[in-house]
Design a protein around this ligand. Sequence first.
Ligand SMILES: Nc1nc2c(ncn2[C@@H]2O[C@H](COP(=O)(O)OP(=O)(O)OP(=O)(O)O)[C@@H](O)[C@H]2O)c(=O)[nH]1
Ligand SMILES: [Mg+2]
Length: 372
Amino acid sequence: MAQPLLKNLWWCNKNLSVASASKSLTAQRRGLWPSAVAALMFVDEVEVSLSAGSGGHGCLSFRREKYIPFGGPNGGDGGDGGSVILTCDRNVGDLVDYKYTPHASAKNGQPGMGSQCHGRNGANCLLRVPEGTVVHHSETKAIAAELLRHGESVTLLKGGKGGLGNVHFKSSTDRAPRKTIPGKPGESGKFRFEMKVIADIGLVGFPNAGKSSLINAITETERPTGPYPFTTLYPKVGVARNGERTFTIADIPGIIGGAHANRGLGFRFLRHVERCPILLFVIDIGSVDGRSPWDDFTTLRDELAHYGAGLADRPFMVCTNKMDVGGARENFSTFSAKSRLVEPLPISCATGMGLDELQQRLLALIDSQKAR
Ligand SMILES: Nc1nc2c(ncn2[C@@H]2O[C@H](COP(=O)(O)OP(=O)(O)OP(=O)(O)O)[C@@H](O)[C@H]2O)c(=O)[nH]1
Ligand SMILES: [Mg+2]
């Protein structure tokens, strides 16, 4: 009973990246399915407001000491403001942290002091983001930074330079300068963080086609599966191992006809296969949900074309899942006859049929793409 309830919750919020915290809290209180609660918390797009620290002002001060007349200027420089630095961390799963704390700022530099003391530099603001994060300027939409791999780091906003104290301005003609330079303000701005999963292979298919079952069968990942649509509500990458070799494969929520017009979960999740150089169409050849497998394939191709980003022109493979179901063989013959340009591979996640060959073909395709 819990799952349909949560699905409704998700559908109500399908235009948002995540349902409100209060809703997921309610779900938790009701003791609902924990992975569904996790799905509600998955955030792959956020708006954040960031600011670097300002530089500390230079100090105006003179040495005043007994028996030392005309001690001269001794105002120190201000410290530099801290910068906003983004670091890519594979242990960060999504952008949910920024959904609830969308403001961050680095510390200001301290002002300079007498006796030529330099103000302390402001501490940097370190933000950890998941692999595959793209940072856009909110206003111009221009890309400010891309953090693809673990350990990559980028200074998004620079802190302001500290100002100069009056000690810098003494000269033969001005022995007691009263001039100082104020600290510079730090950079600031509004940004949109967008996370796009990175994998060698991206799965595309109707809900219930068996995408998650395929991931479960060939990788170590454990994805929820179920005989109803939209079991998967957020993307996940698994690592498949075939002999000595490995490749990554991304599972995303199902796409249905009219997804571009926001039917189902819409097609915003296709962003998570944008970074996959190869797509794998998973077709339910058993027609378990009563649809024609060939229509499913053409509909998915149409949705990719609607989405754009070159997805429709991307190299792909087709696997026809659920070959163990009655009527699948006839459907496969019809499908193969229609798809003259593509050679579909019959598989069954339930029996393991064709899974080894599928992995080998995918590895060969990955190699041929890398060789280009
Ligand atoms: N008979 C049979 N059933 C399968 C096979 N593969 C998957 N299933 C079943 O099909 C149903 C849907 O599988 P999922 O892996 O959840 O499908 P999905 O494409 O991830 O679905 P969404 O997450 O809703 O998009 C589950 O009940 C699976 O047990 C198969 O090869 N044969
Ligand atoms: Mg799934």
